[in-house]
Design a protein around this ligand. Structure first.
Ligand code: UDX
Length: 454
């Protein structure tokens, strides 16, 4: 089949590449000429495992093409995906200007039947707006007879495993009232839907809402466990034991109940905020989600408070080794990353950072530029040189079994502040290391350092 994808960000590029890999002919449209030029040369703007390989293969065999020309895109695909960004506007609501601009473009260029599929995460009711935008364009052109449908097909990709998530989705949510659209989308998704029925077809508004409900529920689980972890710290319980204890109940499950320094990334913070604003617009108070958001904001400071307590509130002139910059492993994305909140606060207090991340060093350089109080090192061990303490902000695999004796020998104060609960407190004690994690005060140093700063 022929499909067009507007937007070559994470969502658009992965969707396009996977469709091409499944045998469809795909054209990607982006207004960013530099990005398109790079993609045409086979340079992938983001790091995502497996993506480069399928982009390069399918660009070579001609099933994946890139253009800045929307006319080429609109005339190519029967199915037109909208996968452009929906950044938060000043008050946190999803800004739809890019989505509606693409709808307007499709309406002004289409000359035959088109199925417009909204992949971007958009507030409930957006597909109706897309439909009205296209209708308005068509009637201005006096071509109101051209048939089209607007369907919702939200993405559920996780950064770091986006390609495999897209190749083997848990579910394919499709919002449409048209049986013809359903048949076309079934054909398009056939390779993903072959062995098990993954497609759940529903009305458009429910599909739009499913995406927000999924992401905000996951964010709620994280803020919940973080809240319990902080209390566990105060009461001397171990959140890792509690996690295992509650996860064994299938109604709760083991996923997304890992305590840490808060959720980050491009989705959870933005989607929680957007759903709160949607509630506000409808004069419906989203009490629970407001608490989820507030807990996450304070959670990013929990480790910092432990650090400050340990150093008697003064870190001026101290150097911290920092392992992990990306908001989670297997990505170079630093959007809303807890590492940023930690670095920025430590800088403000006069400390220096020696940081290492397996993938996000360039991104860190791009965000912060050259500064005296930030040294990016090539090897994780090099971060420890002349450092007072080690902070772990992301659970990259290479951090999971380091040489603790080397860490203890290199650090001026042999202490690890672990924002991801990676280590066994008993083991660290044997290596002579003080250890502060999240919700594990019962097992870590008995210091008042684990009580939050008032
Ligand atoms: C998320 C959703 O999982 C995905 O379905 C949606 O399409 C986009 O948003 P992503 O942003 O890539 O994907 O990250 P995810 O793996 O969900 O993690 C989000 C954040 O939660 C990370 O900062 C992670 O460190 C944190 N997290 C996750 C926890 O703190 N504890 C957990 O138990 C799980």
């Amino acid at each position: 089949m022929k499909a067009t994808v507007f937007g070559t960000g994470y969502v658009g590029l992965v969707q396009a590449a996977v469709m091409a890999a499944s045998g469809h002919e795909v054209v990607c449209v982006d207004k960013d000429a530099e990005k398109i030029a790079k993609l045409e040369q086979g340079i992938i703007p983001i790091f995502e495992p497996g993506l480069e390989e399928i982009v390069l293969t399918n660009r070579k065999n001609g099933r994946l093409r890139f253009t800045t020309d929307p006319e080429v895109g609109v005339s190519h695909g029967l199915v037109q995906f909208i996968a452009v960004g929906t950044p938060p506007d000043e008050d946190g609501a999803a800004d739809l200007k890019y989505v509606l601009a693409v709808a307007d473009t499709i309406g002004s260029l289409m000359s035959e039947k088109r199925i417009v599929v909204v992949k971007s995460t958009v507030p409930v009711g957006t597909c109706d707006q897309v439909k009205r935008t296209i209708e308005a364009r068509l009637s201005k052109r006096e071509r109101s007879h051209i048939p089209f449908d607007v369907a919702s097909n939200p993405e559920f990709l996780k950064e770091g495993s986006a390609v495999s998530d897209c190749l083997k989705p848990d579910r394919i949510i499709l919002g449409t009232a048209s049986s013809e659209t359903e048949a076309i989308m079934r054909e398009l998704y056939m390779p993903q839907n072959r062995n098990h029925e993954k497609m759940i077809v529903m009305d458009v508004r429910s599909a739009e809402m499913t995406k927000y409900a999924a992401n905000t529920l996951l964010a709620t689980k994280i803020s919940f466990i973080n809240e319990i972890a902080n209390l566990a710290d105060i009461l001397g319980a171990d959140i890792e034991m509690v996690r295992k204890g509650i996860g064994s109940d299938p109604r709760i499950g083991y996923h997304f109940i890992y305590a840490g320094i808060g959720y980050g990334g491009s989705c959870f913070p933005k989607d929680v905020q957007a759903l709160i604003r949607t509630g506000d617009q409808q004069k419906y108070d989203m009490h629970l989600l407001k608490a989820v958001e507030a807990r996450n904001a304070t959670q990013k400071r929990v480790l910092l408070d432990k650090i400050l307590r340990y150093f008697d509130g003064n870190v001026e002139g101290r150097t911290f080794a920092l392992w992990g910059l990306s908001f989670k492993p297997n990505t170079d994305d630093m959007r809303e990353a807890p590492s940023r909140a930690i670095m920025e606060s430590l800088w403000e207090k006069g400390a220096r950072i020696r940081a290492y991340d397996p993938k996000a060093m360039d991104e860190c350089r791009r965000i912060y530029g050259d500064r005296e109080d930030l040294i990016l090192v090539e090897q994780q061990e090099d971060a420890l040189d002349n450092a007072d303490a080690l902070i772990v902000a992301t659970e990259w695999k290479s951090f999971s079994a380091p040489d603790f004796d080397e860490i203890a020998a290199k650090l001026k104060s042999p202490v690890i502040f672990d924002g991801r609960n990676l280590y066994d407190p008993h083991q660290l004690k044997r290596h002579g290391l003080d250890y502060f994690a999240i919700g594990r005060n019962g097992l870590t140093s008995s210091a008042p350092a684990d009580l939050p700063i008032k």
